[in-house]
Design a binder for this molecule. Structure first.
Ligand SMILES: NC(=O)c1ccc[n+]([C@@H]2O[C@H](COP(=O)([O-])OP(=O)(O)OC[C@H]3O[C@@H](n4cnc5c(N)ncnc54)[C@H](OP(=O)(O)O)[C@@H]3O)[C@@H](O)[C@H]2O)c1
Length: 426
């Protein structure tokens, strides 16, 4: 598959795909399929399917006058087999470098709204997992929410904060041995704010020369989140108008960067003129100061009364009906956070009349198999841009791990632009 080609929605005939898998006693649930709700008529066309070595299927699209055809004539999907969901056998390190200590420093929520630096045993990777000696860990909005007690770690997971990191793999469980010695960044459900962290091998991405470890640590959480929500829930395609709130947030800056690479026209909102200027400098088509302008009116003016095709919303509450008013016909509203309220009143008849879609997602609770699929897709589709120096995160500030509380305080001032990162020094 051509590396770095433009991403697009791929249209499949699901019934045909199901039959294809039934014939081969395979499980369709683990195939990554994207449909385009924006144009259901496209789904009439049958793709031709071709199984490649029981690991991948090739989907050959018919040549039609579809907008997607110009972008992608074939897609190859990794088949994630059902076996990968079976319960993990007991932990067993199969390869490790010398000199790994038995305890480490880690940062947890102290239960009273603050953070605490604690000593914890260095965890051991199980099958399919690696142990990373953490060089840097990204700070994200959800970490602040977790610190305040509103976003608990998944059941049974350690209470160490941190959703992303970069560093060297120093031990590998069964199946992950060949990765020992590699420098990676990775998405984790917990544990990044520590000197060592166990990581599923499937969510690791090799750090290219073009990125520092601080930059690499600042990529996974926003990249996975924006990728999934913009393209797989929002079905953004070349030329689409997209409205993203929080244009200078970690999420917003990644959305601008991906939007530029994949031909989207990004309208962002920010809380100050300075932030609007930064968002424009980063490549947003337009930035609206939501404190001094009505973003609904501005969106209609900017899009020549067409509206946007996708909204990525991190505010919720009374933003939701206003966002819906910004959408074009068949538009998609994707919720990723509810900073302004977890409930909303929506105009149901308007949703029917203009065939709008309301959706959303949370990344952390998704299974490792899903995150592995996203990593596979990012590795082939986005990572070539990272390797080529065309995609890198915007770094706001870097704090030592022991000063994680200051990093959170910086995030809560709302003055940051881009990512805040914790650095682990020897
Ligand atoms: N669903 C998921 O899986 C997922 C994953 C990662 C993050 N998130 C969420 O995404 C959000 C951004 O995360 P982050 O790490 O990028 O955090 P961040 O850098 O702290 O960004 C927060 C942003 O929210 C904006 N904001 C807050 N209240 C607003 C309002 N009333 N109107 C408009 N904008 C408002 C702020 O914009 P101004 O400063 O310009 O006002 C700020 O840029 C967080 O809420 C986080 O929980 C969700």
């Amino acid at each position: 598959m051509e590396a770095g080609r433009k991403r697009s929605a791929v249209v499949l005939n699901l019934r045909l795909l199901e039959q294809f898998f039934r014939d081969r006693a395979m499980d369709l649930r683990f195939v990554h399929v994207r449909l385009d709700p924006g144009n259901l008529s496209l789904q009439r066309f049958d793709p031709r399917l071709q199984l490649v070595d029981r690991q991948w299927i090739k989907v050959l699209l018919a040549e039609r006058d579809q907008r997607i055809v110009g972008l992608a004539r074939e897609e190859v999907f990794k088949v994630h087999r059902a076996e990968s969901l079976t319960h993990a056998p007991p932990k067993s390190i199969s390869r490790r470098v010398a000199g790994i200590p038995s305890s480490m420093l880690a940062v947890i929520a102290d239960g009273a709204g603050g953070l605490a630096l604690v000593d914890r045993p260095v965890p051991e990777p199980g099958p399919g997992e690696v142990l990373v000696k953490v060089a840097a860990a990204g700070v994200n909005g959800p970490d602040v929410v977790q610190r305040k007690g509103h976003y608990p770690p998944p059941p049974g997971a350690p209470d160490i904060l941190g959703l992303e990191l970069a560093g060297e793999i120093v031990a590998g469980g069964v199946g992950a041995e060949p990765l020992v010695g590699e420098t990676v960044c990775a998405l984790v459900a917990v544990g990044g704010y520590a000197e060592y962290c166990v990581v599923p091998m499937g969510t690791c991405l090799a750090v290219p020369d073009a990125l520092s470890l601080v930059e690499a640590a600042a990529m996974p959480e926003t990249l996975f989140t924006v990728w999934v929500n913009l393209f797989e829930r929002g079905f953004a395609a070349d030329g689409d108008w997209v409205l993203v709130h929080g244009g200078t947030s970690g999420i917003g800056t990644m959305a601008i960067a991906l939007g530029n690479l994949f031909g989207l026209r990004l309208i962002v909102t920010c809380g100050t003129d300075e932030k609007c200027a930064r968002a424009l400098a980063l490549g947003a088509a337009t930035a609206i100061n939501y404190r001094t302008q009505d973003f609904v009116e501005e969106v209609h003016r900017i899009t020549d009364r067409q509206g946007v095709n996708v909204v990525i919303d991190m505010v919720g509450g009374d933003y939701v009906p206003r966002n819906l008013a910004c959408l074009a016909e068949e538009g998609r509203h994707v919720s990723i956070a509810v900073q302004g309220g977890a409930t909303a009143e929506v105009p149901v008849f308007d949703i029917m009349r203009r065939r709008l879609t309301l959706t959303g997602s949370l990344l952390r609770p998704r299974p490792i198999e899903f995150k592995t699929m996203v990593a596979d897709e990012i590795r082939t589709t986005v990572w070539p841009y990272v390797e080529g120096g065309k995609l890198r995160p915007v770094i706001d500030s870097v704090f030592p791990l022991a000063q994680a509380a200051d990093a959170h305080a910086r995030m809560e001032t709302g003055k940051h632009v881009g990512k805040i990162v914790l650095e682990v020094t020897e």
